[in-house]
Design a protein around this ligand. Structure first.
Ligand code: NAG
Ligand code: NAG
Ligand code: NAG
Ligand code: NAG
Length: 352
């Protein structure tokens, strides 16, 4: 009796912190700043003080790759947009993998290589033409090096859609749908790699839809073509992407949310920007993606999600862009979205 009581209290105390607070989530570790701590300190901090279990970086900085060795935290590393045309050739892609991945893998866990960022939004024909060839060449280079656990993708802004409201109308821009997205999605389907998108309700809300964007109580949006009711813009944006993918034949390809976030400060009177709104968006986002509920059109599907951003970055151009961070450069939280670990253990007295 006493023993089983002790055991159940012990189990209770072991599982309570996980089930009550710590959600797993990814973050984007941007480094457009001159006051950030060294990567080794960042890696140690994330491992010991947060439940962040995956990190996306915007380059392949070897100091960061080295710093995360042995932490158990997954990295998504990125290839710079300007490097894409050269990497569309096999020898160059093999050299890139040899120089940037092989020295660190698998001691540093690397789960994705993001080939460029928001390439379609650049409207640069040379980059766009070389995007899929570079993704294929990097994928082949990984296979050539016998690496099968790193997935190749490329994050897209929601500007790839020409329609998105209501979600069932979601479609890729004409001219890009068959020529660009069908082949990219065919690659993802064949290689079992995810389609990466950067949905930002922050860039999509109007004054009347602020609560809808922030996951706060609101009337929602009814999509009469599907009979689905939307209570938050994040789900609506993902379902618009899903609808577009389905229209070109690839509704089953996994989706990764490579960036999303909300700034906690901005210029005076900038609409929708406040600490309270950043907390509402990011905290509810984390709860929502960890609930496993999926979206109205993708029930029960889960989406690896990377919040933008880990730090407030002081060299970004505008006030709001400098204030997307969950942490200050000195590692104090700007606010908590449920990912801080409680450092003090729960002690239960009098179990005799
Ligand atoms: C990859 O694996 C194959 C078969 O196990 C082996 O013959 C080949 O040498 C390996 N290549 C590399 C680059 O390790
Ligand atoms: C996607 O891949 C699956 C499994 O490999 C295959 O059965 C299916 O036909 C592919 N879908 C398309 C649209 O090519
Ligand atoms: C859906 O609503 C729009 C107006 O919002 C209307 O034009 C359209 O006919 C409706 N479609 C269906 C299937 O009811
Ligand atoms: C989603 O999960 C719920 C609860 O497990 C289940 O009842 C439902 O059938 C699932 N829906 C789909 C589409 O898989």
């Amino acid at each position: 009796m006493a023993q089983s009581l002790f055991l159940s209290l012990l189990l209770f105390s072991l599982f309570l912190p996980l089930s009550s607070a710590a959600y797993s989530i990814g973050v984007n570790y941007g480094t457009v700043a001159n006051n950030l701590p060294p990567p080794s300190q960042v890696a140690a901090f994330l491992k010991s003080h947060t439940s962040i279990d995956r990190v996306k970086i915007f380059d392949a900085n070897p100091d960061i790759l080295r710093a995360f060795a042995g932490t158990g935290i997954f990295l998504t590393v990125s290839i710079a947009n300007g490097d894409i045309p050269a990497l569309a050739k096999d020898p160059a892609a093999q050299a890139w993998v040899a120089n940037n991945i092989l020295p660190f893998h698998p001691t540093t866990l690397i789960n994705h290589i993001a080939v460029g960022n928001e390439i379609l939004a650049t409207s640069d024909k040379n980059l766009i033409a070389h995007l899929l060839p570079a993704m294929k060449a990097i994928h082949s280079a990984l296979r050539h090096a016998n690496i099968s656990d790193i997935k190749v993708s490329t994050p897209h802004s929601l500007g790839i859609l020409s329609a998105s409201e209501p979600p069932s109308t979601g479609r890729f821009r004409r001219g890009y749908d068959r020529a660009i997205f069908a082949p990219i999605l065919e690659f993802h389907n064949q290689t079992k790699t995810p389609f990466m998108v950067n949905p930002y309700p922050f860039f999509g809300f109007r004054p009347a839809t602020l609560d809808y964007a922030l996951f706060k109580p609101n009337a929602g949006v009814f999509d009469n073509a599907t009979g689905k009711h939307y209570t938050n813009m994040f789900d609506a944006q993902l379902d618009a992407v899903h609808s577009a993918m389905k229209k070109v034949g690839y509704g089953d390809v996994d989706i990764v949310v490579a960036e999303t976030g909300w700034p906690s400060a901005g210029d005076p009177n900038q609409p929708g920007v406040s600490l309270e709104n950043a907390i509402s968006y990011n905290r509810n986002l984390v709860k929502h993606v960890n609930s496993g509920k999926g979206t109205p059109l993708m029930p029960n599907r889960t989406f690896e999600t990377y919040i933008f951003s880990l730090f407030n970055e002081n060299l970004k151009p505008s006030t709001s862009e400098r204030n997307y961070g969950l942490f200050q450069p000195d590692l104090t939280p700007v606010y908590d979205v449920g990912i801080l670990r409680n450092p003090s253990p729960i002690i239960i007295h009098h179990v005799d």
